[in-house]
Design a protein around this ligand. Structure first.
Ligand SMILES: Cc1ncc(COP(=O)(O)O)c(C=O)c1O
Length: 350
């Protein structure tokens, strides 16, 4: 058995891959398969509506929010968010919790004024009243850290890059003004970003923005201002169906907590052979980062793990070490295989 622990593009559910094989690539009477049909036609429109309704159901989406399916990745949103929601000269607040929140702020700084701050540990944040929004990255994929709470930013809309945590647990959408997540962790293949925006914020999008980049135009145009990433959306719809079949987001969260406990348990029981640098309260349930106490053994660990069927465990270049990503599609058996390899490796090299 081989397991893919990559941080993204990441493993998709086996059942979704099988369904895609059966449904997406067979030509119909019109000579076209699902991903070849016009995006303006009834088949794709029905699929888009199904995806939207399924996702709304999973998220228990309040009526005053729109889901939009955008081409490209989360990094595009680093720029599009200030372009859409900041008035000229306005400032946006950025909580610096790690690698991706800094990258988000750096890109936003090219479009608007930004105010960087270290996230306070309490739940109520005092953001200056003239800020357009406050941006957070609830799960830092590279650092392996997560917020233990959603901050209350009062009247300032909260904007969140949920790329690595989206659909891993129930989400209180009503606490946010804008949520975005690129697909390749928990939604489907790369090329798609799902965005959720509160209706009143759509009013802010400047009329002179290029049409495909305007959240308002995309919301009004049913995410079809231009050809949307049809393949990724069709796959996403199947992933949404799969999540619903598994019992929805609470079931994802419960399974995720069990998998994370298995791997963190192997770290914590290793008598310091493995070290998790993130404080307990902030440990990410999906991106588990750790180091070997003897860093020269890291390469041996990665090589032996791959030989044992445990792949893509090398940490992000920014930190080195090891990172195991346990998104929704990783079965508990994968986490158990990793934990037992870790325990055995520590016994042999410790
Ligand atoms: C939290 C977070 N934000 C942004 C990105 C960048 O996403 P993309 O490559 O889709 O632009 C990533 C990628 O791993 C991420 O984990």
């Amino acid at each position: 058995m081989a397991w893919n622990f990559a941080a993204g593009p990441a493993r998709l559910p086996d059942a979704v891959l099988a369904r895609a094989n059966a449904e997406l690539f067979q030509r119909g009477a019109d000579g076209a398969c699902a991903i070849e049909r016009p995006f303006t036609g009834p088949d794709f429109r029905a699929l888009l509506e199904h995806a939207r309704q399924r996702l709304s159901g999973l998220l228990d989406l309040p009526a005053n929010y729109k889901i939009i399916f955008l081409a490209g990745g989360a990094m595009q949103q680093f720029s599009l968010l200030p372009m859409n929601l900041c008035a000229p000269g306005q400032t946006a607040a950025y909580a610096n919790a790690g690698y991706w929140s800094v990258r988000a702020m750096q890109e936003a700084s090219k479009q608007a004024r930004t105010l960087e701050f270290v996230p306070p540990s309490s739940g109520v944040w005092d953001i200056p009243a003239d800020c357009a929004y406050c941006h957070i990255t609830p799960n830092e994929t590279v650092d392996g850290s997560a917020y233990p709470f959603i901050p209350d930013t009062g009247a300032i809309p909260l904007a969140a890059d949920c790329t690595s945590s989206f659909l891993t647990a129930p989400l209180a959408v009503e606490k946010f003004g804008f949520i975005y997540a690129s697909a390749q962790k928990n939604i489907g293949p790369a090329g798609l970003t799902v965005a959720i925006i509160r209706d009143d914020l759509l009013e802010r999008c400047p009329a002179d923005l290029p049409a495909p980049f305007s959240y308002r135009r995309q919301a009004e145009g049913n995410s079809c201002v231009n050809t949307p990433p049809m393949f990724a959306i069709q796959m996403a719809a199947m992933v949404f169906d799969w999540i619903a079949e598994q019992g929805g987001l609470s079931a994802m969260a419960e399974a995720g907590q069990r998998k994370a406990a298995i791997v963190y348990g192997a770290i914590d029981r290793s008598d310091g052979f493995y070290q998790a640098p993130v404080p307990l309260l902030n440990r990410s349930p999906v991106n588990i980062r750790f180091h070997l106490v003897a860093p020269e053994q890291t390469e041996i660990f990665v090589t032996e793990a791959a030989a044992a069927g445990l792949h893509h465990l090398r940490g992000h270049a920014h930190f080195g070490g090891i990172r195991a990503s346990l998104y929704n599609a990783m079965p508990e058996a994968g986490a158990m295989a990793l934990a037992s390899f870790m325990t055995d490796f520590a016994r042999r090299y410790g």
